[in-house]
Design a protein around this ligand. Structure first.
Ligand SMILES: Nc1ncnc2c1ncn2[C@@H]1O[C@H](COP(=O)(O)OP(=O)(O)OP(=O)(O)O)[C@@H](O)[C@H]1O
Ligand SMILES: [Mg+2]
Length: 450
């Protein structure tokens, strides 16, 4: 597949690169199961897409390993080799220089639910991740490079998707506005010891979930399987859980390094968490020598903002992150998707991350619709029962909704709230938005390179 934007020179280059790629696979004892080579031009860049026929492969993992991308790039004389976000395995090799990414991209309000939008890639399209595939994330960057804003955008999406949160914020500069948020499974940790407590809590949750998994005769192997069975069996589905460790190096070092209590607990959570829908995010200015290897082995994606240490960026598969200019906060190199301009979120939105999104969550929608059908009243006891949360958490949640103008205090009963006219409008809009997005009118599409 070619088009008129592609020059003869680029076509010749594509042929050479395709041959080199086959040879590189053979040299590395990998099956060169390419079913197609496509040359395409997208968002100002010409690229060669090498489609791998996954039916001809045994284990897929050697073909999607960030190390392989790195090695292939070396084999191709430093050309950028990426993995496409498309299903199956497609390698993308850039044949022309990258176009410049914008300095600032606001978080897209119509980012799809249930996935993680991390930023715009060089194709100008959002990079969307699946939690189940990504498992854990590493985020690196010097001071002022954009880590906190990125973590906030991530946590805001986790809240939108009704996930549970365990947050550690030693400097108290990243998550302050989320103190007492109802999605928190524990108070925000502000000391290494408290951070260790969070990891232990996450491990205890793995044990609890393991028991629940065992109770089902079908023996589910992952969270999505458990939840599908739970719905059929009329038992409660389990939310995903995100553990965010800002200043991770400081915390791990304070507790004895990779071999200390924290290092060990994290290693256990790394492999146990996958099955039970528990994900962790390590963020740090740098990883010390003893933890860079273990971190690298655990995570499905690394995002490097501007870093001092080029060697470390390279070891994490994010070569070139040391060359990101100081005046480009939010620009990062990822090991799987190349350069990404991560999304900017306004500080004022963060206390109430739901404000970032155009619609309320599906669970909120079902609760409010139910309340509306029952005369518009919403007692705290109902919210408590619905969210399986304490009365205190339910009241805080209702106060948050009241601040957003979704609910108003019932003048007769002190403990109850009523649905506002604004909420009634939102409920009908939500319905329309849902139908609209089914027809894919949301304007945001999964990042694809063809
Ligand atoms: N995605 C982005 N787009 C545009 N500007 C950004 C972005 N992220 C961060 N910035 C700018 O950079 C500043 C610093 O970002 P941030 O606080 O996230 O850095 P940090 O890496 O967490 O630093 P530290 O290690 O000191 O905590 C922000 O106040 C903002 O002005
Ligand atoms: Mg920060």
């Amino acid at each position: 597949m070619t088009d008129i934007m592609i020059s003869r020179r680029e076509l010749r280059l594509a042929e050479t690169v395709a041959r080199q790629l086959i040879n590189a696979f053979i040299r590395r004892k990998l099956t060169p199961a390419f079913s197609d080579f496509l040359v395409t031009h997208l968002a100002g860049v010409t690229m060669l897409i090498a489609v791998i026929d996954t039916a001809k492969l045994g284990d897929h993992s050697p073909y999607t390993n960030p190390d392989l991308l790195h090695q292939l790039s070396t084999d191709l004389g430093g050309m950028s080799v990426r993995l496409s976000n498309h299903s199956g395995i497609r390698l993308v090799i850039l044949l022309s220089p990258l176009p410049k990414l914008p300095h600032k991209v606001n978080f897209p309000v119509d980012a799809p639910r249930g996935r993680l939008a991390i930023g715009d890639s060089y194709t100008g399209q959002p990079v969307l991740l699946d939690w189940a595939q990504t498992t854990h994330l590493a985020v690196l960057g010097n001071t002022g490079s954009g880590k906190s804003i990125f973590l906030q955008s991530l946590v805001a999406q986790a809240i939108r998707d009704d996930m549970q949160l365990l947050l550690s914020d030693i400097d108290q500069t990243t998550f302050g506005m989320l103190e007492n948020h109802p999605n928190l499974a524990a108070p925000i940790a502000t000391s290494p010891q408290a951070a260790l407590g969070l990891i232990e809590q996450a491990l205890a949750e793995c044990d609890r979930r393991a028991e629940l998994f065992k109770n089902l005769p079908e023996r589910p192997q992952k969270l999505s399987e458990y939840n599908a069975l739970a719905v059929k069996a009329h038992i409660d589905p389990l939310p995903r859980m995100v553990v965010v460790l800002d200043e991770a190096s400081t915390v791990i070092t304070a507790l004895g390094g990779a071999k200390g209590a924290m290092g060990q607990a994290l290693a256990t959570l790394g492999w146990r968490g996958r099955k039970f829908g528990e994900h962790f995010i390590f963020a740090a200015q740098e990883f010390t020598k003893d933890i860079v290897g273990p971190v690298r082995d655990q995570v499905g994606l690394t995002l490097c903002f501007r870093v001092r240490n080029g060697q470390m960026a390279e070891r994490m598969g994010c070569k070139g992150a040391e060359r990101i200019p100081e005046n480009r906060p939010g620009l990062a190199i990822s090991d799987r998707h190349g350069p990404i301009q991560t999304y900017f979120v306004e500080h004022s939105h963060l206390g109430q991350p739901q404000n970032l999104f155009s619609t309320m969550s599906d669970l909120e929608h079902s609760l409010f619709s139910l309340a509306l059908s029952e005369g518009g009243k919403l007692p705290a006891s109902k919210v408590q029962e619905w969210g399986r949360i304490s009365e205190w958490q339910a009241r805080r949640m209702m106060e948050t909704w009241a601040l957003k103008g979704w609910l108003a205090k019932d003048s007769i009963r002190d403990n109850a709230f009523c649905i506002t006219p604004k909420m009634q409008v939102l409920l009908s809009n939500h319905q329309t938005a849902q139908t609209g997005s089914n027809r894919s009118q949301t304007g945001i599409k999964p990042s694809q390179t063809n």
